[in-house]
Design a protein. Structure first.
Length: 133
């Protein structure tokens, strides 16, 4: 796998190997992405920026940080008025299916404003998910 990451890095992608627990579950992924998001906000507060996030739960992670905090900062403060946010997540009505949607209502409400947009990946399910009946 190291050769694959080296290829990405040669094209200026930032790759990171994160910790895995005994079940090979990655640790610190959200925390690392949140750190990169804060870095962009700090370095480029007035640059026209579209931040695209493919996550919708809005929960705090094991380090007590969350994507919601970053999006809230960007979308509610005037100093970031050149920024906009696209939140992409799978969402469905829980009452109809009996299965909770992975997208938190607070995340949808936050981005459903003038500088935010929610992209429901369920609208593109047949193009995103391979399944065979």
């Amino acid at each position: 796998m190291e050769g694959v990451w080296a290829q990405y890095e040669s094209h200026h992608y930032d790759t990171q190997g994160l910790f895995r627990d005994k079940q090979w579950k990655e640790r610190g992924v959200d925390h690392s992405i949140i750190g990169h998001m804060w870095r962009l906000v700090a370095l480029h507060p007035t640059a026209p920026t579209i931040l695209v996030l493919a996550s919708g739960d809005g929960k705090k992670n094991e380090f007590s940080t969350s994507f919601y905090e970053v999006l809230y900062e960007i979308l509610t403060h005037k100093k970031y008025e050149s920024w906009s946010v696209r939140l992409a997540s799978f969402h469905w009505e829980s009452a109809a299916s009996g299965v909770p949607s992975p997208t938190a209502l607070k995340m949808r409400n936050l981005v459903d404003k003038d500088r935010g947009e929610f992209i429901n990946l369920m609208d593109h399910y047949d193009k995103l998910v391979y399944y065979q009946a």
